[in-house]
Design a protein around this ligand. Structure first.
Ligand code: NAI
Length: 293
């Protein structure tokens, strides 16, 4: 018995990198998988069927069940067709992994509107469109579901040269936090993955070595994703998991009260609130660089 026997999953951008690793593992655990990939280049230009087809062939060769879709996650009709593909081929939909992504890095002073829009479109609108159709299907089935949003420490913490990408990735995390609350009464869990792995997207950002290839293999990230899709994770929702190599961390928040007085009294003066905030600053957590997480 596989942990995901009888489940049906969609993985967007599953033609390579992390998406491929997630799709292969979900299939190995018994899920039937819709492999979606536009098959374009790293910056989102171009398209081809071969990336999705290759992964479908790999899954089938390993004895699993898979079907391909080639539409862009930015296209509403293609997103609807992706969910329909799951229903037509496998009868239902239980799991959506929003993974498709592109990069158009540039320091903010040089970033064009086109670079901003393209990245927001794929990551934020793309996650929205696939989730919109998956949500309806999951509600119709009435048996809950699993949704993973792929964010990034670039959005959750920050990274130089990725204003567009960081905004989109923070956006999907905010999207998750609301859907996690709305999904509770339907048994739909929604969580964020902030991965780090060697892929086409990061090959020129990580050291080129055998060790990096092993340490940062996308396959190291997928087990956490797959576990979140199991019945055991039914109550895990609204969480942010950073997965880098074999290390899984939970990125959570806490509220630190910096100044407080009776709210029926006068507002703080600027000087008084300033004094309160300044007095607390030595105890603030430091701003982490993404790779320190
Ligand atoms: P990748 O470039 O290997 O994979 C992305 C896949 O998405 C590609 O196969 C591409 O064809 C597909 N894709 C792009 N635009 C699409 C669209 N409009 N419709 C459908 N498919 C589309 O990159 P990687 O590293 O596997 O990234 C996967 C996800 O993980 C992305 O969302 C990325 O932003 C995120 N991520 C990756 C990190 C890493 O260290 N590799 C770090 C943080 C986040």
């Amino acid at each position: 018995m596989g942990l995901l026997d009888g489940k049906v999953a969609i993985v967007t951008g599953a033609g390579g990198g992390l998406g491929r690793a997630h799709a292969m593992l979900l299939a190995q655990l018994g899920a039937s998988v819709v492999v979606n990939d536009l098959g374009g280049s790293r910056d989102g230009t171009g398209s081809s069927n071969s990336m999705a087809d290759t992964v479908v062939e790999e899954i089938r060769a390993a004895g699993g069940h898979a079907a391909a879709t080639y539409g862009s996650v930015t296209d509403d009709a293609a997103a609807a067709a992706m969910i329909q593909c799951a229903v037509d081929n496998f009868g239902r939909l239980d799991i959506l992994i929003n993974n498709a992504g592109i990069l158009r890095d540039r320091s903010f002073k040089n970033m064009t509107d086109g670079e901003w829009d393209a990245v927001i479109d794929v990551h934020l609108r793309g996650s929205y469109l696939a989730t919109k159709h998956a949500w309806q299907q999951m509600l119709t089935q009435g048996e809950g579901g699993r949704i993973i949003m792929t964010s990034s420490t670039s959005g959750l913490i920050g990274n130089f040269g990725q204003a567009n990408y960081g905004a989109a990735k923070a956006g999907v995390a905010g999207f998750m936090r609301v859907l996690a609350l709305e999904g509770m009464k339907y048994g739909i869990t929604v969580n964020v993955l902030a991965p780090a792995a060697l892929s086409r997207m990061t090959e020129d950002l990580m050291p080129e070595s055998e060790e990096t290839a092993v340490r940062m293999a996308p396959e190291k990230v997928s087990p956490t994703v797959a576990w979140l899709c199991t019945d055991a994770a039914a109550k895990v929702t609204g969480r942010q998991f950073c997965v880098s190599g074999n290390r899984t961390t939970l990125l959570s928040w806490q509220y630190d009260v910096l100044a407080e007085k009776d709210s029926m009294s006068e507002p703080w003066t600027v000087e008084a609130i300033g004094e309160q905030i300044e007095a607390s600053m030595d105890n603030w957590p430091k701003l982490l660089k993404p790779m320190e997480v």
